[in-house]
Design a protein. Structure first.
Length: 245
């Protein structure tokens, strides 16, 4: 075991107030590409860039084309949680982890068993009718040949935050509170370049800021521990070492 992993293990073992803040890198080990990977959204061959297609105005004006892209690139119904998701769920079940704050919309934290998950950008597992507010699951999109429609005739949209839309204020407030009160803040799988979500890190005032990321981030200079490795392997090894997985 490396000295950094040993240090992480000791911190996890001796804290009961941990908060995790994660991004796309948490799910890449589950086969979900991030935006900038070889198979990511920014390397897609579409007429419009992803930020345009996944915007509120595009959804409202070109809903059919939005769903063509959405089905092809945003849905991963067969993706399964990896060791990062399972490790965090185990820490929460043991009373050590208080919250997962995630930028991801894949729902894998819930699938792994986590309960207090604050989804900053919503979830592509949830859908609702824009007319009557009836709730639906991902199946309604997978089964539709074009725009999914409610039984009332209204358009169904994903419960995700599109570009041009603001984050849910309640989720933001809960995230700020969790991070502010945390003894340990673990940040993993995120470049910390996506705002306003990345700005939440500034609310942490403790002395156990842990960054687990393959690449450098703008917060490296503030971190108390930096681990440049796969987050699933790292968290999985640490949580197994304290006997929770």
């Amino acid at each position: 075991m490396s000295s950094a992993l040993r240090q992480l293990t000791d911190i996890l073992q001796n804290s009961d107030n941990i908060v995790f803040f994660g991004g796309a890198g948490v799910s890449t080990e589950s086969g979900i590409p991030d935006f900038r990977s070889e198979d990511g959204l920014y390397n897609s061959e579409y007429k419009y860039p992803p930020e345009t297609i996944l915007s509120h105005s595009f959804f409202m004006k070109q809903t059919s084309e939005f769903y063509q892209f959405y089905r092809a690139k945003m849905l991963h119904p067969n993706a399964r949680p990896n060791d990062a998701h399972f490790a965090l769920a185990a820490l929460e079940k043991n009373g050590r982890l208080k919250a997962v704050v995630t930028q991801n919309v894949d729902g894998l934290h819930h699938k792994a068993g986590s309960v207090n998950v604050l989804e900053l950008h919503g979830s592509r597992g949830r859908y609702y009718c824009m007319t009557c507010a009836e709730n639906y699951t991902m199946d309604v999109v997978l089964e539709a040949s074009d725009i999914p429609l409610c039984s009332c005739g209204g358009t169904i949209r994903p419960d995700v935050v599109l570009f041009e839309e603001g984050l849910n204020q309640h989720v933001i407030e809960k995230s700020v509170q969790s991070i502010r009160e945390a003894e340990v803040l673990i940040v993993g799988g995120t470049s910390l370049n996506v705002y306003p979500a990345a700005g939440l890190i500034q609310y942490y005032s403790g002395d156990k800021l842990i960054l687990i990321n393959r690449d450098e981030t703008q917060y490296d200079g503030h971190a108390n521990l930096i681990i440049r490795d796969n987050i699933g392997e790292t968290l999985g090894a640490a949580v197994r070492a304290i006997g929770l997985m």
